[in-house]
Design a protein around this ligand. Structure first.
Ligand SMILES: Cc1cc2nc3c(=O)[nH]c(=O)nc-3n(C[C@H](O)[C@H](O)[C@H](O)COP(=O)(O)OP(=O)(O)OC[C@H]3O[C@@H](n4cnc5c(N)ncnc54)[C@H](O)[C@@H]3O)c2cc1C
Length: 571
């Protein structure tokens, strides 16, 4: 534990920025891109000198790709994903080289881009977004996000720098960080965001605890190099091959579509993890064929369903795994973290630019925490479903139980689209009870983890309707608030109300009602969420006050006065 009293003295002039991001994992880097694209100066301090080599996440949802498009890096991310023609299916096998028991099909990147009528008929989920699910190793994504963040002159990355203490005052946060050499530096920031992962010291020192289920399974995650895998198993490509082979149950996941793979071994309840068992033995058992491979890294870990009781307050917030942990079954963890980064990013920018009231920041937890609770529960549910399928592996080996086991797999597999393409989770964030959304009292559609229903009810993501072969409704939105309108001449009252508060607003005329807009005017937030919609502007000043957080001023006073500043040393 670092003790500020006995540690070496701080050398050099203090660094300063508007936002200090603690942790340069994918969520910290995404927040840097979001803030950088809004011209907010930030420093990302990451204790690691390089990048994480072990790819944890391999699935990005369409919403994540939409965020990347807003930062201008969607094409770049696709270039680092699996090859455009690699089919990201989910295949269930006895062993990878053995019988294939079933396959769920998904569109390739090329099909996603080309969007032929046949592709759209086969994969209706592509009508919900410009993007579908994308397979890319987190280890491949992180350098892309790092380089993207460096493109913004206002972003500075400090690698190999660990944040060890902070002290919050009414005006700023004073932070102490430490290089590997032991050299200490001081950083002053208006806000600090802890993107410091599951073991977040920032969360701990904020006094927040984790709520939920501490163990929802046990896994061994092994990253390996095996250029001959696809040829050796003799099967069509897939993003996930499930192995039902007893004592080698789990998923072999494509990382680059060529030679890098991960074996996510799911230990069944009766199995124990033995440190002395070499991971390549269980990989070869799952493959069911002898093929040269090299284990690159391997660890035993416990998936959890935990959400932080607090997402922060005042000048210090949490985002990503520091705020929530979930089983990877479904691929929701990073996707949820990216949603946090975008939600918090525009609010911080609004407050720092002066057109958002600091109370806006209190809506971050109100809006994002329920999304993490929901996603983490679905991830656990997926894990339970997986366990049921994996348990049938033993039954397949016995002739008397094989037929019913096969029938069970066939039935169950098709019922769990949300596990492998959970678009309700990816695209279905909804904040209709948020105090900065003006609800229109129209009925909310029931939420479903798999199926996303495009609706423009305030609090939901603006549906992506194609306006012409190259542009969707998302492409005509600006980076700040956008008023999409069928009657531009009538928008003066709202434009005036926004101008009076200095809230940036782009007005986008759209003809006709073919875009699911409903009434004449639709106000979209900087994060693509519908904030208000209506036929006329009865109280435009109230709308402007509401969406910029000024109506929440009572709560905000507490933040501005900051009666009990936090002083913390991180362990
Ligand atoms: C096996 C597995 C598979 C997964 N698959 C998927 C998937 O397919 N899709 C998906 O969406 N999610 C998936 N996830 C979840 C995903 O990996 C995480 O949600 C994601 O890594 C969270 O990113 P983060 O930036 O919040 O945290 P992290 O990636 O943990 O990064 C935290 C960073 O903070 C730094 N740090 C910590 N403390 C300090 C400090 N005091 N000072 C400075 N730096 C500090 C660390 O060095 C690290 O770089 C998976 C997870 C696992 C384990």
């Amino acid at each position: 534990m670092n003790d500020r009293m006995t540690a070496p003295p701080i050398t050099g002039a203090p660094l300063s920025c508007e936002v200090l991001i603690v942790g340069g994992g994918p969520v910290g880097l995404a927040l840097a891109c979001e803030l950088g694209s809004r011209d907010v100066s930030c420093i990302v301090a990451d204790e690691k000198a390089g990048f994480h080599e072990h790819p944890r996440a391999t699935f990005l949802g369409p919403r994540a790709m939409e965020y990347f498009r807003a930062w201008g890096i969607d094409r770049l991310v696709l270039e680092h994903a699996v090859p455009a023609d690699y089919r990201p299916d989910v295949a269930f096998t006895e062993t990878l080289a053995g019988a294939e028991l079933g396959r769920l099909r998904f569109p390739t990147i090329r099909e996603m881009i080309d969007r032929t009528p046949e592709t759209l008929r086969t994969y209706p989920q592509l009508s919900w977004s410009r993007f579908g699910k994308v397979v890319i190793g987190q280890s491949h994504l992180e350098p892309v996000l790092f380089d993207a963040s460096e493109q913004f002159a206002c972003v500075r990355n400090l690698k190999g720098v660990r944040v060890v203490a902070f002290e919050e005052s009414s005006a700023a946060v004073s932070v102490v960080a430490e290089e590997k050499s032991g050299k200490r530096l001081a950083i002053t920031a208006r806000y600090v965001v802890g993107c410091d992962g599951g073991r977040s010291a920032i969360r701990e020192r904020l006094g927040a605890s984790l709520e939920g289920i501490g163990e929802v399974g046990r896994s061994v995650n092994t990253y390996f190099d095996c250029p001959g895998l696809l040829q050796a198993i003799g099967k069509e490509p897939a993003a996930i091959y499930w192995s039902l082979r007893p004592n080698a149950t789990g998923a072999i996941l494509a990382v680059d579509g060529h030679r890098k793979w991960v074996f996510s071994r799911h230990l069944l309840p009766h199995e124990t993890f033995s440190e002395d068992q070499h991971p390549s033995a269980s990989i070869l058992a799952a493959l069911g064929v002898n093929v040269p491979l090299t284990v690159l890294s391997s660890w035993f870990w416990i998936p959890r369903q935990l959400v932080s009781t607090s997402y922060g307050s005042g000048r210090i917030y949490l985002a990503g795994d520091s705020a929530h942990l979930m089983s990877p079954t479904g691929g929701y963890g990073l996707n949820t973290g990216l949603g946090d980064a975008v939600n918090l990013g525009w609010k911080l920018a609004a407050v720092l630019k002066g057109w958002g009231h600091p109370a806006l920041l209190s809506t971050y937890e109100q809006e994002r925490r329920p999304m993490a609770v929901r996603a983490s529960k679905e991830a656990t549910d997926n894990r339970a479903f997986t366990r049921e399928i994996l348990k049938t592996g033993a039954l397949l080996l016995d002739e008397s139980t094989r037929a019913p086991a096969l029938a069970f797999i066939e039935r169950t597999m098709h019922r769990h689209g949300k596990h492998f393409d959970g678009n309700g989770i990816y695209l279905g964030d909804r904040y209709d009870h948020s105090p900065i959304v003006v609800d229109d009292d129209s009925p909310q559609i029931p939420w479903d983890a798999e199926v996303y229903v495009p609706i423009s009810k305030p609090g939901n993501r603006l549906p992506a309707h194609w306006l012409d072969p190259s542009a969707t409704t998302h492409d005509v939105c600006g980076r700040d608030f956008t008023l999409i309108t069928r009657n531009p001449a009538a928008t003066q009252p709202l434009q005036q109300a926004f101008a009076q508060r200095g809230i940036p607003l782009k007005v986008t005329p759209l003809e006709g009602n073919a875009h699911g807009m409903g009434p004449a005017h639709l106000l979209v937030r900087p994060d693509g969420i519908v904030a208000w919609k209506g036929r006329s502007f009865q109280d435009p000043a109230e709308v402007a006050m509401r969406v910029s957080g000024f109506q929440l001023s009572a709560q905000a006073t507490a933040h501005q006065d900051s009666p009990s500043p936090k002083t913390k040393a991180l362990s």
